[in-house]
Design a protein around this ligand. Structure first.
Ligand code: BEZ
Length: 211
């Protein structure tokens, strides 16, 4: 059975483009994203890694360590990184795991045999500082991911881990949030001094509490 939300993200040792790492040690007290790519020297993956590289300051601002994985060799990765840097006008600094033996792909159930027997799908895991899996998304090889959406979800995950709130559909940083259903309205009035907007007893908004 694959990983589920709330599970401990499996630890592993891996060779990457920036040296050997132990995953949990690499994460330290940070948040992390681990994301797979079907193969090196493929067009969509090239744009995804370029886009991630351009967004590195956004990941760093949120204390998120980035780790990519592809089931190819280190030599192949190094050559491909040169291509990514050239074509996407960037310098990739985050590690890419050389997972030729598919250890990480197997641990994280990234190969979906009915999609492809050998290539990984586009899996992405967000892992919290407690090493638990907070988000799992899976895209097919033909669809590049939206990394602004990944940042948006991380904003929601970080906010909701600190406050008893949830974020509504399409929420973005700065917009009103929802008080969790388990909190009484009387408690919400005390806990959210910026104000409470009660639309229904179960639908209560408050301004984002950490701003
Ligand atoms: C790509 O990254 O471009 C890709 C990889 C495998 C299948 C289709 C597209």
């Amino acid at each position: 059975m694959g990983l589920r939300l709330g599970d401990i993200a499996p630890d592993f040792y891996a060779i990457t483009t920036v040296g050997a790492i132990n995953f949990h040690e690499y994460l330290g007290d940070s948040w992390g994203i681990l994301f797979s790519h079907p193969a090196d020297y493929t067009p969509v993956c090239t744009t995804e890694l370029g886009r991630t590289s351009h967004l590195m300051s956004e990941f760093e601002k949120r204390n998120v360590k980035v780790l990519a994985v592809s089931v190819d060799s280190l030599d192949k990765h190094n050559g491909w990184v040169n291509d990514i840097n050239e074509t996407q006008h960037t310098t990739v600094t985050f590690p890419i795991i050389a997972d030729a033996d598919r250890n990480v792909a197997t641990l994280y159930d990234m190969i979906h045999p009915n999609a492809s027997a050998t290539l990984t799908v586009r899996s992405l895991f967000v892992i919290g500082p407690d090493k638990k899996v907070k988000l799992i998304i899976t895209y097919p090889a033909s669809t590049g991911r939206n990394f602004v959406e990944v940042l948006r979800v991380i904003d929601s995950l970080q906010l909701t881990s600190d406050y008893s709130v949830a974020t509504p559909a399409d929420w973005k940083e700065g917009e009103d949030v929802i008080v969790v259903p388990s909190m009484t309205t009387a408690d919400a009035e005390k806990n959210f001094p910026k104000g409470l907007r009660v639309v229904k007893p179960y639908l209560r908004y408050t301004p984002q509490p950490n701003l």
